[in-house]
Design a protein around this ligand. Structure first.
Ligand SMILES: Cc1cc2nc3c(=O)[nH]c(=O)nc-3n(C[C@H](O)[C@H](O)[C@H](O)COP(=O)(O)O)c2cc1C
Length: 177
């Protein structure tokens, strides 16, 4: 797919086919994610692939606990994204610049993951609203670490939607604000 087509094709998928996902496709998404840029090349992330059905269902239930994101139960795979420690340089830069570089890094990597998945014909949904404490416990993530996002993944049942977005003149300008 051309990148411009891929950008349109990638959408949040909340309806999945009951069909297993090939490990090679998941590995290709991980490999592309490994190439993501990050501040000072800190790569402050770890992606946990949850595909063991019982565990995946337990994670899905922690993701949809509050009633939101119930669709996660349908996804054959859930990826949990752990925020890893930044290196010293990017920690110092974050303080000096008052910018949380590691969260920016994780956002970029997660998008790279989702775009690669879309290119392989897979649907994903980034999820930020979930019971982080429960998911971390299920996956043995040390309690001092944060898990900003999870991603549901599978074959999509949804048709491609038109995107609702701000107009170009509102979200961009040339030369001045
Ligand atoms: C950081 C982040 C958190 C999100 N959290 C959720 C979520 O908890 N549940 C959900 O259904 N979608 C979630 N989304 C998906 C957004 O709702 C979606 O990207 C947005 O509405 C644009 O739609 P599109 O992805 O289909 O283009 C999240 C997206 C991002 C980037």
């Amino acid at each position: 797919m051309k990148f411009s087509e891929l950008a349109k094709y990638r959408q949040s998928v909340r309806d999945y086919e009951d069909r297993p996902l090939e490990k090679e496709k998941i590995n290709r998404c991980i490999e592309s994610t490994r190439l993501s840029p990050s501040a000072n090349n800190a790569q402050p992330w770890k992606f946990i692939v949850v595909d063991e059905p019982k565990l995946k269902n337990e994670v899905a239930s922690a993701v949809s606990g509050g009633g939101m994101n119930k669709f996660s139960a349908q996804a054959p795979v859930i990826i949990a994204v752990v925020l890893e420690k930044r290196d010293v340089l990017s920690s110092i830069a974050s303080v000096m610049q008052n910018k949380e570089y590691s969260l920016i890094d994780v956002g970029i990597a997660v998008n790279q993951f989702c775009l690669q998945a879309a290119d392989l014909g897979l649907g994903t949904c980034i999820i930020g609203w979930f019971n982080e404490k429960k998911v971390k416990k299920l996956l043995n993530v040390p309690c001092g670490k944060r898990m900003p996002l999870v991603i549901t993944m599978g074959y999509s049942k949804s048709p491609i939607r038109n995107k609702t977005r701000k107009p170009i003149e509102e979200m961009s300008s040339w030369n001045k604000y």
